[in-house]
Design a protein around this ligand. Sequence first.
Ligand code: FAD
Length: 508
Amino acid sequence: MITYLDHFVRKTDSNSKDDDVSTLCKALDLQGSIDSGATDVASKDFGGMNYIKPLAFIRPASTDDVAKVVRVVARTSNLTVAARGNGHSINGQAMADRGLIIDMRSLENHFHLIRINGLPYADVSGGALWEDLLKWSVSKFGLAPRSWTDYLSLTVGGTLSNAGVSGQAFRYGPQTSNVTELEVVTGKGETLICSEFENSELFFGALGGLGQFGIITRASVLLQPAPDMVRWIRLVYTEFEDFTRDAEFLVSIKESDSFDYVEGFAFINSDSPMTGRPSVPLDPNQDFDPIHLPPTASSILYCLELALHYRNTDHPSTVDTGVNRLLAGLGFVKLLKFEVDVSYEEFLLRVKRAEEHAKANGIWDAPHPWLNLFVSKLDIIDFDRMVFKKILKEGVGGPMLVYPLLRSKWDNRTSVMLPEGEIFYLVALLRFTRKEPSAEKLVAQNQEIIQYCIKKGIDFKLYLPHYRSQEDWKRHFGNQWSRFVERKARFDPMAILAPGQKIFSRIP
Ligand code: FAD
């Protein structure tokens, strides 16, 4: 078999590739299939800035198939293998140069309700999309996961390999804090069940582990009763200090006194539809009238985005009273408040609507030089002064998210790296490009931001990190680098997994 694979690697440019692929398929003896025609799909990702061709695109039918592929790759001298969730990475993280790509979405979409210590969990496959989990759990049981991402066409295994954050994370932590058990195929091809109590190094390693220690084939995701409706609110601020004070207040007060979702974003004080004032109202009937802005308003404004869950049986006046009580004392521009009532699912699927719009405009498939950072509360005012107000004063062609999270809701045994201190901010520069400025210029602007942060000693970590040298990765992991390296040696000793992260080189 290994001799055969080495032969296969040598012959990839030859005309007999299709014959080779079908022989490979037979040799691997998979229940699933190997798709030689689809390597083009696996050569691209949402970032649209890398094109790296794999040797083959494998559609596994089961965890056994995943384990077979990994075992075979581990026994070759140079092949690598990457799980591909929904390919929504930015910088080729789910790619493998002349390696094998495992299409996690091909795994049977299995959803089961289980109970652990009396609590409801969804037992789901690693390749399931969060939006499918939402539809299944709400429609069948009136239950839903607690912690989300803003956009749900992402896979369970893909977000758990990073963190998975949205406006619920201040209360429940990221998605990695809301799973109790994983099934993982390690880089040695072993299939292990892991949790806080069983194979715990693998469990915590895989959570936020950038695909380095194993392929998550199944996860148990904590559920809770789903609300029926959501009051969705946007409040405009002219001063960053007022915005951060209120945002930090709302994420720090006790659960029964706060909103169920807290996010925020910076936007341009202009009439640009994508990045300016028109991007704030929640309904086409609402209008952002700049006359309500004080004369001191600068070219960058801020918006606090909040949501309160409620049930159909709640009386409208009860919801109004609850919202008004929570808003009293906040320092937003009083005439610039926008609110709508939407169903819970409509709220969670809100970015899907933006996706449809962007697809119609042709900007969904254009390059996305996105940059995501976690920035310490101690440095966020400096960051605003230099980054939002100067470097990004023209905007990024899309949302510039900025909202606080609480470190105590994250488990420091996972592989995710965070700044110091209890409160830190997620900053997401979700760039949507047309032809100009070019993606290269925007990548250079991202670098300028990172270099500024390093030069000024700003306490930050990249989220969905992307580095090209091991020196940079060492700096990213800081005093956790040795733990990361030890976990790698233990669970993927030949460094065959997720080569697109560019952390380790394949050991021959
Ligand atoms: P992929 O991009 O396919 O894979 C990501 C990495 O994980 C790769 O290294 C891959 O090899 C590895 N991997 C994939 N599946 C597995 C698995 N089962 N086991 C082990 N390793 C695996 N993130 C947030 O936290 N919050 C958001 O609100 C948010 N919104 C987003 C909106 C959009 C439009 C996009 C494009 C991305 C967003 N993300 C968000 C980022 C998202 O979490 C990452 O892209 C993540 O990688 C999930 O995408 P994916 O499932 O397509 O994984």
